[in-house]
Design a protein around this ligand. Structure first.
Ligand SMILES: [Ca+2]
Ligand SMILES: [Ca+2]
Ligand SMILES: [Ca+2]
Length: 137
């Protein structure tokens, strides 16, 4: 968990993670990833050696992660998206059934606590379950 080691530093990044925007289309997320101009080029990883890239990440000039995406089931399509602010993870979007539509949104506080998650249980694009942590006693 390299990002946990990154100290929170004063940063004035032009990029803002669109945390409130519930984007469903995986292709658009990939496009938005590719549209991030700042920082280092993509660092492609092929963890299982099948020739398909299954992990890509974008960093800013300071080497802090901005966005990362993973092809969890190795089908050549990204399905797990991580968003970072000042190098700290803040949001994760998952296509859990690999139909190219996001169906899980996880909002993360202080890089480790799950603040809230939303799930589209029947994969119709509408959120069916919202769980907010820390509100109920
Ligand atoms: Ca995949
Ligand atoms: Ca899905
Ligand atoms: Ca639904």
């Amino acid at each position: 968990m390299r990002w946990l080691l990154l100290a929170v530093m004063i940063a004035s990044l032009g990029f803002q993670a669109a945390a409130d925007e519930r984007e469903l289309d995986v292709k658009k997320l990939v496009d938005s990833f590719n549209a991030i101009e700042e920082g280092l080029p993509n660092e492609p990883y092929d963890s299982n050696g099948d020739g398909k890239v299954d992990l890509l990440e974008k960093q800013d000039e300071d080497g802090k992660k901005i966005m990362e995406m993973i092809d969890f089931n190795h089908d050549g399509l990204m399905d797990d998206f991580y968003y970072f602010t000042d190098g700290i993870i803040t949001l994760r979007k998952i296509d859990s059934n690999f139909d190219k539509k996001i169906d899980v949104w996880v909002y993360i506080k202080e890089g480790k606590y799950i603040e809230k998650y939303e799930r589209d249980l029947d994969y119709d694009g509408n959120v069916d379950q919202v769980k907010v942590f820390g509100e109920e006693e």
